[in-house]
Write a protein that binds this ligand. Structure first.
Ligand SMILES: [Zn+2]
Length: 508
């Protein structure tokens, strides 16, 4: 199977990590864990975007050097991802020497290939966006449509990238690769944008020094957005380690819908100009809304992941966003929705099931159940639910997390029905039913074993705890799951009950 290289956007250090950043990062982690569980070599990259005027100004306001500011905020991101059990293989910072060297090599190649030229730039610039606007795009009073603040008139000599040259090549690439932009509605949006005609754009600034110098002209630094895009390549050795680069490129980029054009138009064109393959895919998710509004500093509705982890645990946190947000659409966060989901799916369906089964195994069989399997109608139904859940996990490759989890939860639903149908407490009273009781308890342990494997990309911590409670050696996330998660006979080993996996959360 081909290797998979998955990236999040690198997060800009004037912001602190909130549940919007965490959404992308946790989704990427679930995907990469899914691929590893399937036996595919997978690499996961995230990081921080640390240059630009906005960072320089924020540092000035705080009376610190830009380097000090970016060191501090970058650490906060790493701590947030560690808290959320994110298994990134690498964390790139755009102030690192490897990025600076790789980005300069990339720029030099664009220049040598004739796709970069010097010209006069005049335009209206929003400092917060770090982007130019056309008069028509501004709000009344000449305000930035995103930040509602006045734009500034800039005029300077800049280097320009010949984006206009790549419209046809981009359209041909999108045509030949129907999954290049996901989902389909976003693909149409990108095609429409290219069809309007692409304009060359400025890739450098003469008025700023917190950035990467243009290699052939040290009076200019690289426009922050342009060098930020290059992180995906520099992190896997672009310009420095050709073998590493060849191993992992091209990447799958997970992005928010607001930065789709940068990733699905500008970045692929830059790669083409540098003689490198475009990304394998650009997958755009929607926004996470709080009370119907996009999170922003100005509306003060940013929620830090740690605020939710305190109540729901890491696994409850991860489960909620993967189960309840449809990838590609906007999701609406609410505390009540999160409590309901946790109590219904985690505390009740899975948590109670595990608790009940482990209790019965202790009570009726002193912790060890013989390796016996039954073949009644209810046994067959449970096996079918397990097979269906195994197949459903494949939906992760197509961003269908919620649907896959619904099917995996049908296995736990089937196991709960199996308990009711077979009533082990009745079997336990009848010595003639001793073998049937073994069969029933064995099937329930096996359902939990299969379940632990299938939930591991979403809830790695809970999956491992359940695995340990079942008395199993090793870990649930051993590849390939298409073999390990096949419903069979649970081994005759002693269970090791622990604390409840998901204590109920009080609605109040
Ligand atoms: Zn703006």
């Amino acid at each position: 199977m081909q290797s998979m290289y998955i990236t999040t956007p690198i997060y800009y250090v004037t912001d602190s990590p909130h549940i919007g950043h965490a959404y992308t990062t946790v989704v990427g982690d679930a995907i990469v864990r899914f691929y590893r569980l399937a036996g595919t070599d997978a690499r996961y990259l995230t990081g921080t975007d640390e240059h630009g005027l906005k960072v320089a100004r924020a540092a000035e306001e705080q009376g610190v050097t830009p380097q000090r500011l970016v060191d501090e905020v970058s650490t906060r991101y790493r701590e947030a991802w560690s808290l959320l059990d994110v298994s990134n293989d690498d964390f790139i910072r755009t102030t690192e020497p490897r990025h600076i060297a790789g980005a300069q090599a990339f720029l030099q190649t664009l220049y040598d290939n004739g796709d970069v030229y010097l010209d006069r730039y005049e335009g209206l610039y929003c400092v917060s966006c770090e982007d130019y606007y056309k008069e028509d795009d501004l709000l009344e009073g000449g305000l930035c449509p995103i930040h509602h603040r006045a734009v500034e008139q800039f005029s300077e000599d800049n280097y320009f990238f010949r984006l206009s040259k790549y419209g046809d090549a981009l359209l041909a690439h999108i045509e030949a690769n129907p999954d290049f932009v996901y989902p389909r509605t976003r693909r149409n949006e990108v095609v429409g944008f290219i069809n309007q005609g692409l304009e060359d754009f400025s890739i450098s600034r003469a008025t700023l020094d917190w950035g990467i110098p243009i290699p052939w002209d040290d009076t200019q630094v690289t426009y922050v957005w342009v060098e930020a895009l290059m992180n995906y390549a520099t992190a896997v050795g672009y310009g420095q380690d050709d073998e590493l680069f060849a191993t992992w490129w091209p990447a799958v980029h997970l992005v928010g819908k607001d930065i789709l054009r940068f990733h699905a138009v500008i970045w692929p064109a830059m790669l083409m100009a540098a003689g490198v393959d475009p990304p394998r895919q650009v997958a755009a998710h929607g926004w996470l809304l709080v009370g119907g509004e996009k999170m922003s500093k100005t509306t003060l509705n940013q929620i830090a992941p740690s605020e939710l982890v305190d109540t729901f645990g890491v696994d409850g946190y991860r489960y909620h966003f993967l189960r309840d947000v449809t990838f590609g659409s906007d999701g609406n966060f609410s505390w009540e929705g999160m409590v309901d989901r946790y109590n219904a799916d985690l505390a009740n369906d899975l948590g109670n099931l595990a608790n009940r089964v482990l209790n019965m195994v202790e009570q009726y069989r002193e912790g060890t159940v013989p390796a016996l399997s039954g073949n009644t109608e209810s046994d067959q139904a449970l096996r079918a639910a397990a097979a269906n859940a195994l197949t459903a996990l494949g939906g992760f490759a197509g961003y269908r997390f919620g649907e896959a989890l619904v099917d995996i939860w049908r296995l736990f639903g089937a196991a709960n029905s199996y308990v009711e149908d077979n009533a082990p407490w009745r079997l336990a009273k009848n010595p003639e039913e001793a073998d049937r009781l073994d069969e029933v308890l064995n099937a329930l342990l096996e359902a939990l074993r299969v379940g632990a494997i299938l939930i591991s990309p979403v809830m790695p911590g809970a999956a491992k705890r359940l695995w340990d409670q079942l008395g199993l050696a090793g870990a649930p996330d051993t590849a390939p799951y298409t073999e390990t998660a096949v419903f069979g006979v649970f081994p005759a080993i002693p269970i090791a009950r622990g604390n409840p996996l998901f204590p109920r959360i009080d609605e109040d």
